[in-house]
Design a protein around this ligand. Sequence first.
Ligand SMILES: [Zn+2]
Length: 260
Amino acid sequence: MGCSPDSLLAWFAPWACALGASAAASVVAWRAGALSADGAVAAVAVGTVVAGAGGWSWAVLLGVFVAAASAVSALPPHPQKPRRSARQVLANGMVACLAAVGHALGVVGAGAAFAAAVAAAWSDTWATEFGVRYGGRPRLWGLRPAEPGTSGAVTAVGTLAGFAAAACCGAVAHALRIAPAGWTAGAGVLGLLVDSVLGATVQAQYRCSCCGRGGEAARCSCGGRGVQVRGLRWVDNDATNLLGTAAAAVFGWWLASGVP
Ligand SMILES: [Zn+2]
């Protein structure tokens, strides 16, 4: 790349567009109550890196995922949902950012890794949102019933919604020529599985010392403090999301790099 003003502008313009579009979308999400202030800052960072390093088609896939994830949280009934924090945004978007940087550096299979990470985040979101609303009592791996909100516990409705999300992401990634539909969908399902297994095994679970409800948050929605009953203290829902998207991305990259 030369140093003439023209080439500098050609390099800078896509990044300026990426920043502008991400900032606009994040302000809308913040005003709608979907993001906290630090969550909005994190979303600007994720959007700028994905669009700037990945290009417009990557930005479109990310935008479709965010729209699909937001749309289902508007379904009835409406549980009062807290705004998404920077930690939650980065747990779902960090791996996609790394794939975009890899793409800009010419890493083979970065597109498949990116689509896979988005598919895993999309699957987990739909599985959770549909499962909590319409799934009834969840079960830990098809065996014993668990309280709603127990991490790693699954419902048939939630699992089907997760599969549907992976298929949707595969179709969009294919239409945008980022990665083949089958790879993306398969990696998304793998990510969902990893997320659920980690949630059922190592993720910290608490029981409220006040109202007795179980859940994955250290502080109960009633305001009481939770006592840890299983899992590792430092493995929360954000950590399992990060590991689920990472597992999907590695699988997508592995398929694309022609190792098999
Ligand atoms: Zn409580």
